[in-house]
Design a protein around this ligand. Structure first.
Ligand SMILES: NC(=O)c1ccc[n+]([C@@H]2O[C@H](COP(=O)([O-])OP(=O)(O)OC[C@H]3O[C@@H](n4cnc5c(N)ncnc54)[C@H](OP(=O)(O)O)[C@@H]3O)[C@@H](O)[C@H]2O)c1
Length: 400
């Protein structure tokens, strides 16, 4: 059997075709996603004793696919030795084959995947946190064989039960960003009921979950977005306190003149006043950061005395400049955070299974249009999350 036809569930679960269809990035075509990601046929990935092969029903789109396509800031071909890269760090699917050491899962189980891989053998994996393992990698970004293919290879510890209440497309859409936001707020910043939490990009992939996590814990999210339309999306998620950032010139620019810096500072103060109007005069206990260069100086300024800035990314640039006096004089903390471990992913996944956290699926694409979905994300033309139908029906119906 060559590769399987798309959008169908094979009759015989566990039967392996010779090849699979995959959206592939190659070094020579790194660039904008629309050109970098192309459909090819590949052999199926071999699996090790602790691995599982999963038939991908649907795959979720994340910003790391944009980084991978562009080859910037780092080429994925510097991270692994495969001559091709299959991106994709979110999926829902069916376990199709398991390695000889795998006990907790069997062929036919319906799963979603978390994207952290680690060696599983070092003291860090076995006592501290797998995120501290020196071999820690994000599957589908720092490794190849990600979810934009008919089959994906994962470590069995990455498997989580698919929430029964969700269809394949929704189930594929939330893992990477939701689990990241969960670790940032619950474990790193340790938000508490009553905390005010300023969320940049609140209608984006991380943001839609950050505001929901705040609500579940009893904290108060204040969302920042760029349009009125996105304000409406936040309202449906229970976040009524929203600032539309277009009215403020906050962005830190390259090579600012002293006048530009003074203007930015006065704009930041004006933004702070708008924020305090929403909080009853309080500064935020926690700032949820992932925009990086353009917003970080404002984040450090705006957090309250003894407040926390928790950061996991830098969409607008990773060389950050800020006035450190605001940090030490007001004793604020900057906390780095990166994805999460399997235990945190499992705890977070239970909240989805219970319906307390809901995926926000903006758009669905058929498999051959996966590159287009990434291009829209690169151009910030999306809200919430996007998913790609691989073996499931792109119209949302079940494949069986
Ligand atoms: N370390 C990790 O584990 C991890 C995990 C997930 C994501 N990340 C990183 O986090 C970042 C965000 O990911 P995402 O999935 O949430 O992306 P996303 O869906 O594109 O959302 C990001 C949001 O940021 C806002 N934004 C963009 N540029 C901005 C600017 N200059 N100023 C203010 N807001 C701006 C946009 O919202 P508005 O235009 O509405 O303001 C956008 O919706 C990416 O860089 C990603 O690589 C890291």
């Amino acid at each position: 059997m060559k590769s399987l036809p798309l959008y169908e569930l094979p009759e015989e679960i566990g039967r392996l075709p010779e090849k699979m269809q995959a959206l592939v990035i190659r070094r020579e075509r790194e660039g904008e996603p629309a050109q970098a990601m192309q459909l090819e046929e590949l052999p199926l990935p071999p699996i090790g004793p602790n691995d599982a092969l999963v038939l991908v029903m649907a795959a979720g789109v994340n910003f790391n696919g944009v980084w991978a396509a562009r080859g910037k800031p780092v080429s994925v071909f510097q991270m692994h030795r495969d001559p091709f890269h299959v991106a994709g760090s979110d999926a829902s699917g069916i376990v199709w084959k398991v390695g000889e050491n795998v006990r907790r899962w069997k062929v036919g189980d319906e799963v979603v995947l978390h994207c952290n891989q680690s060696c599983g053998q070092c003291p860090e994996c076995n006592g501290l946190d797998p995120m501290a393992c020196t071999e820690q990698k994000i599957w589908g970004y720092e490794t190849s064989w990600g979810s934009f293919a008919q089959f994906t290879r994962v470590q069995a510890q990455q498997l989580l039960q698919k929430p029964k209440r969700l269809g394949w497309l929704e189930a594929a859409s939330y893992g990477l960003t939701y689990f990241t936001a969960y670790r940032m707020l619950v474990h790193q910043a340790q938000i508490k009921p009553g905390d005010d939490v300023l969320v940049w990009g609140a209608a984006g992939g991380l943001g839609v979950f950050a505001v929901q996590i705040c609500r579940v814990i009893g904290a108060n999210p204040i969302g920042v977005v760029s349009s009125e339309e996105k304000r409406e999306l936040l309202r449906t998620l229970g976040c009524d306190r929203v600032i539309v950032r277009k009215g403020f010139d906050l962005a830190k620019r390259e090579g600012e003149t002293p006048e530009q810096t003074a203007h930015r500072l006065s704009e930041t103060k004006r933004f702070g006043a708008a924020l305090r109007e929403l909080t009853g005069g309080k500064d935020p206990d926690v700032v949820f950061e992932h925009v990086g260069r353009q917003t970080f100086p404002a984040s450090v300024f705006l957090a309250k005395r003894f407040g926390k800035i928790v950061i996991c990314g830098a969409t607008s640039g990773f060389n950050l400049e800020f006035d450190v006096r605001h940090l030490w004089m007001r004793q604020k903390q900057i906390l780095g955070s990166h994805f999460c471990n399997a235990y945190q992913a499992e705890r977070a996944n239970r909240l989805v299974a219970e319906g307390k956290i809901v995926p926000v699926l903006d758009r669905v694409f058929p498999f051959p249009e996966g590159a287009l979905a990434h291009q829209l994300m690169a151009e910030n033309q999306h809200r919430g999350k996007m998913a790609i139908a691989v073996q499931c029906d792109p119209t949302g119906g079940a494949a069986r």
